[in-house]
Design a protein around this ligand. Structure first.
Ligand code: EPU
Length: 431
């Protein structure tokens, strides 16, 4: 039965929560296990629907995924991946449809098996999101591509070869896919205008530990010298900077004082300085981030940009706190063309927001009021949770499967620090 999330607003937060491993680092790292047969131990994988879906995808390719250890605190897992039995090269529509990141198996499959058949992801709630740049790069590396029956078929009979690739736009999964394709290609690959996100660095460092030769990680030009063979390795997923940012915004909405255990502040510099501008107090130490709210926050303008700019994955959440900040805030989304679906829902809670082209003009009101709302995508759902924590009265959020894709145990984490938040069967809402 479908469940809804119920939030009683107005309770401030106090205590500490553990920040789990990054979803967007775990998925490419799991894909990288396709590059060399053997056993891998991937530590600190977050307990998320997307990680489960990706494991299922690996299993459809013939691979064995077993849970080695579960962390009591937040359900994170160490996964043992045995890729000796890799036997299929097809990522089926049913899985790619539910998770676009499935496309991350394309590069590694062509690299290790010389062929792949991967369903085309199609559009999604936040924009058209094509994969043309992934495909162009693979073609430059000598793959023959064929688009048939909704699938991309890629073949590289004599193996891939190094190439000069220059992206029109820095693409995160595109950079990851081509980096994985290039590590065992013949000769050198250069990726220019590469994305610089920390999750790409996490993947790249794992590849280096497997024997790859990569330079320039974290910069906009990545050099990869192809090697003949890689070997399996153990690897640990970095903390989720987007989850950490989301909890900072939760304090900004609900008030109180929260310590984010294991959050890595060095991956959140732009976000932290923006939040400090609002008046939120943020202190850093090696073991995490401490955040305190005193008084009403000030409005700030925000523009999303590729890393190290302000992340698009926190745009909806900062809009939720700007909804009650002092003054006018202009929030501009430059990465995805349709990532304002939370606006209509925030307005149902009483926010005063107008959309003008790629910007949302948010006029801070004194307070929001609880109402039934609907989650439209992963980060939009998080923004509704944040808004509801600070709102007067009760909010119910439907379609929360979006939230489960990217936030592990969110209601347990929030209730443990004083929020009133729980799940109910949808039916009981109508009683
Ligand atoms: N783009 C193209 N052609 C391509 C690839 C991308 O035009 O071949 C465009 C996209 O349409 C978009 C821009 O380039 O306008 C950037 O998209 P990018 O490829 O970087 O996004 P992605 O790799 O599909 C990852 C994250 C997203 C995150 C974006 C931007 C993963 C698994 N997903 O997506 O995460 O929003 O980078 O930082 O890493 C999320 O976690 O909620 C999420 C959506």
């Amino acid at each position: 039965m479908e469940q809804i999330l119920v939030i009683e607003g107005g309770y401030s937060l106090k205590g500490s929560v553990r920040i789990s491993g990054a979803k967007n680092a775990a998925l490419p790292v799991l894909a990288a296990t396709l590059l060399s047969p053997g056993k891998y131990l991937i530590k600190n994988c977050p307990e998320l629907l997307d990680v489960k879906t990706f494991s299922k995808l690996l299993e459809t390719l013939g691979i064995t995924v077993t849970i080695e250890k579960v962390y009591d605190e937040d359900g994170s897992m160490d996964l043992c991946i045995d890729t000796d039995s890799l036997s299929s090269f097809e990522a089926p529509y049913e899985l790619v449809r539910t998770m676009r990141a499935s496309v991350l198996v394309l590069g590694p499959l062509v690299a290790s098996l010389g062929k792949a058949r991967v369903s085309l992801p199609g559009g999604c709630a936040i924009g058209a999101r094509p994969i043309d740049l992934h495909l162009k790069g693979l073609e430059l590396m000598g793959a023959k591509l064929n688009l048939k029956e909704g699938y991309v078929e890629a073949k590289a009979k004599g193996g891939l070869k190094g190439a000069e690739i220059a992206f029109d736009i820095p693409t995160v999964t595109g950079t990851e896919n081509l980096m994985m394709a290039a590590v065992t290609a013949k000769g050198e690959t250069v990726i220019r205008n590469a994305a610089r996100e920390p999750e790409i660095v996490c993947l790249g460092e794992m590849l280096c530990k497997m024997g790859a030769k990569i330079k320039g990680l974290g910069t906009d030009t990545i050099y990869i010298k192809g090697v003949k063979k890689l070997k399996p390795t153990d690897w640990e997923i970095i903390p989720d900077r987007i989850e950490a940012g989301t909890y900072l915004m939760a304090v900004a909405a609900a008030g109180g004082e929260l310590f984010l255990k294991e959050a890595d502040a060095s991956l959140l510099e732009t976000v932290i300085s923006k939040l400090r501008e609002t008046g939120l107090k943020i202190e850093l130490d090696h073991s995490g981030i401490l955040c305190k709210k005193k008084g009403r926050l000030n409005a700030v303008d925000v523009k999303t940009l590729p890393y190290p700019g302000f992340p698009t994955d926190l745009q909806a959440q900062i809009m939720a706190i700007m909804a009650t900040a002092k003054g006018l805030s202009v929030i501009t989304e430059t990465i995805f063309e349709n990532r304002f679906q939370h606006v209509a829902e925030l307005k149902r809670l009483g926010a005063d927001i107008k959309i003008e082209g790629r910007s949302a003009i948010v006029n801070g009101v004194r307070h929001l009021t609880g109402a039934p709302v609907m989650a439209t995508d992963l980060r939009a759902s998080a923004s509704l949770v944040i808004a509801a924590l600070g709102a007067k009265g009760k909010t119910t959020i439907s379609q929360i499967y979006h939230l489960d894709r990217g936030y592990s145990r969110i209601e347990q984490k929030l209730s443990s620090v004083g929020a009133k938040i729980w799940r109910e069967d949808k039916k009981s809402e109508n009683k």
